[in-house]
Design a protein around this ligand. Structure first.
Ligand code: ADP
Ligand code: ADP
Length: 239
C-alpha cells in the first residue's frame, strides 16, 4: 500500500492564481523524491497542501490509509506529527536554545499548557540529545539557536522533525539559503535518515544537479502541473 496518495489535488489561491491543478502522485514507503521546477511552479504549495498547512481547493490526500482532508482536528494534529516539515528559513525560535528548539517538536503531543511551560520528560530530553549527537550538534546544544550558522540551524530543524518519530519528511527548499558545503552536509543527512530509518523524504529543490545526485525519483512541476515523474536516469536520457 502506498504511504501517500494525492488524487486530483488542486489549489487555487484566487481567480488568477491556480497554483496546482489535478496533481496525482503515489508515494511508497522509503522513497527519496525530489520535486523540481522553476520558481512559482507550485512546489511549495504542493508540500504544504499535503499536511494542510495550506487547504487544498479540491482533490484527496491519503496518508497511511487515512483521508487527511476529512479527518477531525485532533486526528489531523496526531497525523501531522507523522509528517515532519523542514523549511528554507528553518523556522526556529531564536531566543530558545538548540535543545529547546528540538523539544518544541514534541509540542504536537502535549496540551498547550504543558507545552507553553516547556515541561518535558527526562526521556524526551535524552531523545533530543541523541538526535543532536547524530546530527553533529552535540557541542551546540545549549547555545541560543540564533548563534548558529545556517547549516547548523537546518540540522536543528531536522532534529525537531525527527523527535516526532515521523514516517515522512517534507522538505521545502531546505538548502536554498545554504552554501554548497553546508548544502552537501544537509543532503547527506537527509539521505542517511531515509536509508537508515526508512523515512520517506520529499524534498523541493531548484538545483537539478542535487536532485539528480540524491533522489531515486524526480517529480518535475511546471505551472501547477506534473511534467515529469520518473527516475533521475531517464530524465537525463530524455535530453
Ligand atoms: P514554488 O514553490 O514552486 O516557487 P509556490 O507554490 O510558492 O511555487 O507558488 C505557486 C504559485 O502560487 C505562484 O504563482 C505564487 O505566486 C502563488 N502563491 C503562493 N502562495 C500564495 C499565497 N499565499 N497567495 C496567493 N498566491 C500564492
Ligand atoms: P519560508 O520558506 O520561510 O516558509 P517562503 O518565502 O517560502 O518562506 O514563503 C513565505 C510565505 O509567503 C508563505 O506562507 C507563502 O505561502 C507566501 N507566499 C508566497 N508567494 C506568495 C504570493 N504570490 N502572494 C502571497 N503570498 C505568497
Amino acid at each position: 500500500m502506498a504511504l501517500l496518495e494525492l488524487f486530483n489535488l488542486s489549489k487555487r489561491y484566487d481567480q488568477h492564481t491556480i497554483a496546482l491543478s489535478d496533481i496525482n502522485i503515489s508515494v511508497n514507503k522509503g522513497e527519496f523524491i525530489a520535486v523540481i521546477g522553476p520558481s512559482g511552479a507550485g512546489k511549495s504549495t504542493l508540500l504544504r497542501c499535503i499536511n494542510r498547512m495550506i487547504e487544498p481547493t479540491n482533490g484527496e490526500v491519503t496518508f497511511d490509509g487515512v483521508d487527511l482532508l476529512h479527518v477531525k482536528r485532533k486526528e489531523l494534529r496526531r497525523l501531522r506529527t507523522k509528517i515532519g516539515m523542514i523549511f528554507q528559513h528553518y523556522h526556529l525560535v531564536n531566543r530558545l536554545t538548540v535543545i529547546e528548539n528540538v523539544l518544541h517538536g514534541r509540542l504536537g503531543y502535549k496540551s498547550s499548557v504543558v507545552g507553553a511551560l516547556g515541561i518535558y520528560t527526562k526521556k524526551e530530553k535524552e531523545q533530543a540529545i541523541q538526535l543532536l549527537r547524530m546530527l553533529g550538534l552535540a557541542d551546540q546544544m545549549y547555545k541560543r539557536s540564533d548563534k548558529l550558522s545556517g547549516g547548523q540551524k537546518q540540522r536543528v530543524g531536522i532534529a525537531r522533525a525527527l523527535i516526532q518519530d515521523p514516517k515522512m519528511l517534507l522538505c521545502d527548499e531546505p538548502i536554498a539559503s545554504l552554501d554548497p558545503n553546508a548544502s552537501k552536509i544537509i543532503m547527506d543527512y537527509l539521505q542517511k535518515i531515509s536509508q537508515s530509518l526508512g523515512i520517506t523524504v520529499i524534498v523541493n529543490l531548484h538545483q537539478v544537479d542535487v536532485a539528480l545526485q540524491y533522489s531515486d525519483r524526480i517529480i518535475g512541476v511546471s505551472q501547477g502541473q506534473i511534467v515529469y515523474d520518473g527516475t533521475p536516469t531517464d530524465i537525463t536520457q530524455e535530453q
